[in-house]
Write a protein that binds this ligand. Structure first.
Ligand code: ZN
Length: 280
């Protein structure tokens, strides 16, 4: 059977991304996701960066939309979560996701958390086993963190606001202060997000970036400013003490690749894909 157009990868993609990320992995009939080469080294982790494929949602959320707040049928979103849980072999009810608010708030997850009561925050951290942590995105960055010495995982949501507020600093501080991590033991993988190719921003964002001394992440093209969020995230990770070899960043732009990923910038009303990480 011919691969549906939305799932084909062009030659340019397959050359660039696979130095870092394992090729789209087909599970079940249609569900496909990426795995980080950095995190895939650890047998005690389950993780994935999902794509649009493999769910039950109809347009404009087709098909593996995982977010309840975007206007999709909530029953279908539940089914999508069940499908992903089944594919990755975890219990959906134990999964913790977030009411993401573009903040720099980090929440420590315990056994008291569950699927039906997502905390309001933009990062989750835990050393508890068998609790999958999920971050949902459509152009923003999904960050997955792991310390194999203290056995601690975290996920974070960082778009422009999260990057400007340096949520990374808070996540890494939480590893160190709450879980006794050494910064050099922390690995970080960042999934596909909107690239500087597509992320045009207005003068007000330029001014804000300037105030925060983040102009290095902006470039001007045809009189307009474009923001490179990954450049900020990489800088902040290094400033937080994460070693270069422990940082992995997808070079895929979710807006350029709107057939593969949900893109808010490209489509407005759309679904959310995710990064999910579990310790076991
Ligand atoms: Zn792009």
């Amino acid at each position: 059977m011919q691969t549906p157009k939305a799932f084909r990868i062009n030659a340019k993609d397959s050359q660039s991304k696979d130095a870092l990320f394992i090729k789209l992995r087909k599970v079940g009939y249609y569900m496909k996701f990426y795995q980080s080469k950095l995190l895939n080294n650890y047998a005690n982790l389950t993780h994935a960066f999902t794509t649009k494929s493999g769910g039950e949602s109809l347009a404009p959320y087709s098909s593996l939309n995982l977010a309840f707040h975007v206007g999709d049928n909530p029953l279908t979103v539940q089914i999508n979560h069940e499908l992903l849980a089944k594919k990755l072999s975890y219990e959906k009810r134990t999964l913790v996701h977030m009411k993401q608010i573009h903040s720099n708030i980090v929440k420590i997850v315990t056994q008291n958390d569950n699927f039906d009561a997502p905390p309001t925050c933009d990062a989750l951290i835990t050393n508890k086993k068998n609790i999958p942590l999920m971050v949902m995105v459509a152009d923003c960055s999904a960050l997955l963190f792991y310390d194999d010495v203290q056995k601690v995982i975290a996920v974070a949501h960082a778009g422009r606001a999260g990057a400007f507020q340096n949520i990374i600093k808070n996540v890494v501080s939480s590893f160190v202060e709450n879980f006794h991590s050494n910064r050099e033991d922390i690995r970080v993988s960042i999934g596909a997000n909107i690239g500087a190719c597509c992320y045009e921003v207005g003068d007000e964002v330029y001014e804000e970036a300037k105030k925060l001394e983040l102009e290095y992440a902006l470039h001007k093209k045809n009189g307009r400013y474009y923001l490179d969020v990954n450049k900020i995230l990489k800088t902040q990770l290094l400033e937080a003490g994460i070693e270069t070899n422990n940082i992995e960043i997808s070079d895929e732009c979710s807006c350029c690749l709107r057939e593969k990923y949900f893109s808010y910038r490209a489509d407005g009303i759309t679904g959310r894909f995710c990064g999910v990480l579990m310790l076991h």
